[in-house]
Design a protein around this ligand. Sequence first.
Ligand code: SF4
Ligand code: SF4
Length: 237
Amino acid sequence: MSNLNFSVQHLRKEYREIFMQSFEEIQKKIEDLRPSGVEGDIFDKFEPLSDGSRWQSEVLDMLENDVSKEVYRKFQEVLAYRSQFNCVGCATCCKLACSEFSPEELKMKAECGDNFATQFLSVFVPYESKEEAREVYPEYIQMLEENKEDNVYFYHCPKVTEDNRCSDYEHRPQICRDFPDNPLSILPCSCGYKKWKEEIEPVTLMLHSMIEIVQYIVRKIYANTCRTKFSRDRKNY
Ligand code: SF4
Ligand code: SF4
């Protein structure tokens, strides 16, 4: 197993553990809001205006407002801390960008108004073969192969020069200016933001797990109870 694959496997294991801790924490918050006398599960369908239904409303308020806002605030702190580190101009992120979407799929997404897809296509063109991508970052391609991750498309920017400069630096789009904006993305060893990523990894994993759990619970409550955001029972009816 390559070193990069080992790190990825370790990260996944760490994420599973943190996910379970976050899950227990959110479960406790939900139970703390349970009115006395209400039995059943938070996903159950309770009578309108019943204590059970109001419990669900309070849980939705707690998750969509308190928890989500706190997660967002902490993510902003993590991203702000990135300014303490610098790009060292290795150009790996210009020479190799990976996507689960093919060029045709990205084009369709862009036509449907997806801003990221639009920007991505304004910068990157597909490699003709995986072997070209392998020349840029062999460990990364090896890691994908070891994990049998076949559904990956490889892209590069034609504007990067032979001496690793951006030939259109002043007009580079926002996705280039923001990179890396996902603290969970895999960065090459040469990247000047690698240390930033390592330092913030535990808190980022925790925040990511909170988002996953909150989204799952909120969607399931809305779906199971046929609610909309505007049809909740409020505390002070
Ligand atoms: S536009 Fe410039 S900064 Fe952006 S990927 Fe291309 S070479 Fe890199
Ligand atoms: S991989 Fe990191 S250091 Fe290299 S060009 Fe991209 S942002 Fe800069």
